[in-house]
Ligand binder design. Structure first.
Ligand SMILES: Cc1ncc(COP(=O)(O)O)c(C=O)c1O
Length: 384
């Protein structure tokens, strides 16, 4: 089976891990600090705090921004559930906004109507290496506040779990443009520690609060001063050692992902029944996963599976995550009104991706997709 994601760990990671264990670097310590420094320097931000996952980083970030029960947080209806769950677990309310028609990114135009006196944050998600227009999101927040004559401070978290090293049109790294940016080092990400994540910020006070939140609300665990909310969301030195080995290969990984994207682009861009969701490589966006849209998504997925090719359907629209909606005011719109998010959910498919896929396998995927497209077009012609 050609997997939908393929990345490899080699002797470099084994040596790094063994070295950490030999030196008794087991829990969070100096190797974590070294990886934090490397990440901060790469992204050109003053602070980076490692966590056990990006979900954990989201949780810590919301705590650091003071999100509490009753607060409202706006986030896109099309994204992975992590951001919504973090908001929900803190007792705050998830307020969903639809995404743009052509790209699965928060549509700033939907924000003003959703702002209320309880809105405390917006989680802007940079999905799959594509950057949200952060300036438009800021303006939309201001518009919403002005229209309703409100003065609440609304903070922005950039969820860049899928967008490490991607840049926006102005050359700024995704995740470094707002109050906090969070990233994932899960296995399907650019560089990985198996599970893992981090939060970056330019504000020392916010960084300190994130570090406290990942440590049960206390920096000095030994002093027993547990005065803030938090949890054990620390990464370990053993895992950070693997992260350092992976991080050293980041440029090779980026180049390989771009090569794969180009292979797919030239292989399927002309097809009638399938649309490649573009990534703007020229501007510095990194195509982590190869994403396509087709009304025949489920048929294509089954066809590829029969040919030994694994794919991954896009996540369902968050409006269907019923556990989020026990709060009275969670969704201001009807479930059916997230038109674009619902379309991405029903038509989006991730094709085999990842830096260690072989060209041969990707060419096989392309040829099976082309065969499907011909069948599809013939069926449509017969039906006409
Ligand atoms: C957009 C987004 N946010 C958050 C997460 C959560 O990341 P993690 O698995 O590291 O908790 C993911 C995971 O893929 C994601 O895609």
């Amino acid at each position: 089976m050609i997997p939908w994601w393929f990345t490899q760990f080699s002797d470099d990671e084994i040596q790094a891990f063994a070295g950490a264990v030999r030196k008794k670097k087991i829990t969070q310590g100096s190797i974590c600090l070294e990886l934090e420094k490397n990440i901060a320097s790469f992204l050109k931000v003053p602070y980076a705090a490692l966590t056990s996952s990006c979900s954990g980083a989201l949780f810590c970030s919301l705590i650091a921004l003071g999100i509490k029960p009753g607060d409202e947080v706006i986030l896109p209806a099309h994204t992975f559930i992590a951001a919504a769950n973090a908001v929900h677990l803190l007792g705050a309310k998830v307020v969903l906004a639809d995404v743009l028609p052509d790209f699965p990114l928060l549509d700033p135009e939907n924000i003003p109507a959703l702002i209320s006196e309880s809105t405390r944050a917006v989680i802007a998600v940079n999905l799959n290496g594509r950057c949200v227009d952060i300036q438009k999101i800021r303006c939309a927040i201001q518009q919403g506040l002005q229209k309703k004559n409100l003065k609440n401070k609304i903070r922005i978290i950039e969820d860049s779990a899928q967008s490490f090293a991607s840049k926006d049109n102005f050359g700024r790294y995704a995740g470094t443009r707002a109050d906090i940016g969070v990233f994932s080092m899960g296995i399907t990400k650019l560089f990985s520690t198996g599970e893992g994540g981090f939060a970056v910020t330019s504000d020392p006070g916010t960084d300190q609060k994130i570090r406290e939140a990942r440590n049960h609300g206390s920096v000095a665990l030994k002093k027993n001063s547990f005065v803030n909310p938090g949890f054990n969301l620390r990464l370990t030195d053993m895992m950070a050692s693997v992260g350092l080995a992976q991080f050293a290969k980041i440029n090779d990984k980026i180049n390989r992902l771009i090569e794969l994207y180009s292979l797919y682009e030239s292989g399927i861009a002309d097809l009638k029944s399938i649309r490649l969701i573009r990534t703007d490589i020229e501007k510095g966006q990194i195509p982590l996963w190869i994403e396509i849209m087709t009304p025949a998504r489920d048929q294509l997925g089954s066809f590829l599976e029969k040919h030994g090719i694994q794919t991954k359907a896009f996540h369902p629209c968050l409006s269907f995550s019923t556990h989020l909606f026990n709060h009275e005011t969670t969704v201001r719109q009807d479930k059916g009104s997230f038109i674009n998010s619902s379309r991405f959910a029903s038509q989006g498919l991730v094709l085999p991706s990842g830096p260690d896929q072989s060209n041969e396998d990707i060419m096989k995927v392309i040829s099976v997709i082309r065969e499907f497209d011909i069948n599809q077009c013939q069926t449509n012609l017969t039906e006409e």
